[in-house]
Design a protein around this ligand. Sequence first.
Ligand SMILES: Cc1cc2nc3c(=O)[nH]c(=O)nc-3n(C[C@H](O)[C@H](O)[C@H](O)COP(=O)(O)OP(=O)(O)OC[C@H]3O[C@@H](n4cnc5c(N)ncnc54)[C@H](O)[C@@H]3O)c2cc1C
Length: 450
Amino acid sequence: MKQVLWFRRDLRINDSAILANAKDEVLPIFIFDKNILDKFSKDDKRVTFIYKSVLQLKEDLKEIGLDLAIFYSTPIEIFETLKNQGFDSILCSIDFDNYAKKRDEEINKIIPMQTFTDSFITHPNNCLKKDNTPYKVFTPYYKSLEFIWESESLVLFERNKNLKKIEFDYDFIPTLEDMGFNEQKLPEFLEKSADELINEFSLKISEYQEGRDFFYKNATSNLAVHLRFGLISPRELFNKIKKMRAIKSQKDFYIRELFWREFYNYILFHFPKSEFENLNDIKVNWNKDETIFQKWCEGNTGVPLIDAAMRYFNLTGTMHNRLRMIVSSYLTKNLLIDWKKGEEYFASKLLDYEASSNIGSWQWAASTGADAVPYFRVFNPYLQSAKFDKEAVFIKSVIPELKDVNAKLIHSENGVQSNIFLDYPKQLVSIEYSRNRAIEEFKRANNEKY
Ligand SMILES: Cc1cc2nc3c(=O)[nH]c(=O)nc-3n(C[C@H](O)[C@H](O)[C@H](O)COP(=O)(O)OP(=O)(O)OC[C@H]3O[C@@H](n4cnc5c(N)ncnc54)[C@H](O)[C@@H]3O)c2cc1C
């Protein structure tokens, strides 16, 4: 048997389903997939992060007597070549998004694939209601998994220590430039390993629940990118959280967040149409004004908090969870622009971009999703900044022209614009008018559904 171990979004050797289930002679590989990379801009930060992580995986595999063959091609081309070289089985971690599903169907026809649930704690098929249909609401879904989140630890995969490295050309390593990319500066937290971030988080978990919404603080774990590319498995993270010295309610609160990640993966698996359509089937008359959308993307809406969040995002590829909630509410409600446009914009830049979490969260914000915020609840960005960034620390750090402006002015509608010495964009829409317009439109769309 000649097995290919195809690493994709599980770039680690600890708690690895494929290294546990592999046998005999193996060829670990990673493919820089041209189908995916060709769509990215050459300054995409994620490629720099993945590139570094793949090189680290190669070193880690060498330490356990294996190696990593790296390709820059399309999966179909690679597996057709490997089939001709006598490889007869592929082991990999399951991936649920649309491109991945189609890709895997094709590859399976070339060499049979064995897939494992390795990027999530649960397989979406293992949790259904009594009538065998999937949950659509988070809380009952989460409660039904109590036997998992109440356990003290989850079983991890043990690596098969008898694997043998197949002779192969392991020397080829394309450079980022060979693949059309320039090395990018990454946010500081991405220079750290998952273990370093977990250690740092262990010092602040006691204040997680209270602190996590204050976006000027660094109160969250910053682990989403590492989880996305499988540098830490969610099971191992779960176990490490359970072992931290903190009161149970704080640890439980964090673990509940990990299950939002599970839930959105579950929703995308059971309702794949949610990638393209409003999951609750309502038909909203979205505003198609491209200029307004571009102003949101650039951070030129005239609302200081929205502008700071978007400008920071454009610079760093990251955005705090509460800010994501506020800018997505503003785009889909106040500007009445289709959530799919915001989802796509986030997908083009977000370092922790995960199709399921992004789609699910955007549908949540737009009140079109499975377990969505009620449509009459619209975030007021001024009240949000007053509550979660009282001194406007975050806003001032991103928008230097507001450095000397009184925070109270920043938190009031048209406050900044009232200062004639400041060159700041006018508001695109009045908050109250646009809120009422959104509520009316969503009321109509919901009524028409029935
Ligand atoms: C519009 C919008 C889009 C989003 N897009 C993504 C995305 O593409 N990828 C992504 O990983 N998260 C997404 N999120 C969820 C959340 O914003 C990020 O997971 C979080 O900001 C990452 O920071 P952290 O690791 O410090 O989070 P922590 O607060 O430390 O949370 C720990 C982990 O729990 C998970 N998590 C926390 N909150 C959520 C949530 N609401 N939904 C799903 N998982 C969650 C993440 O894996 C996170 O790393 C989105 C949220 C919104 C509102």
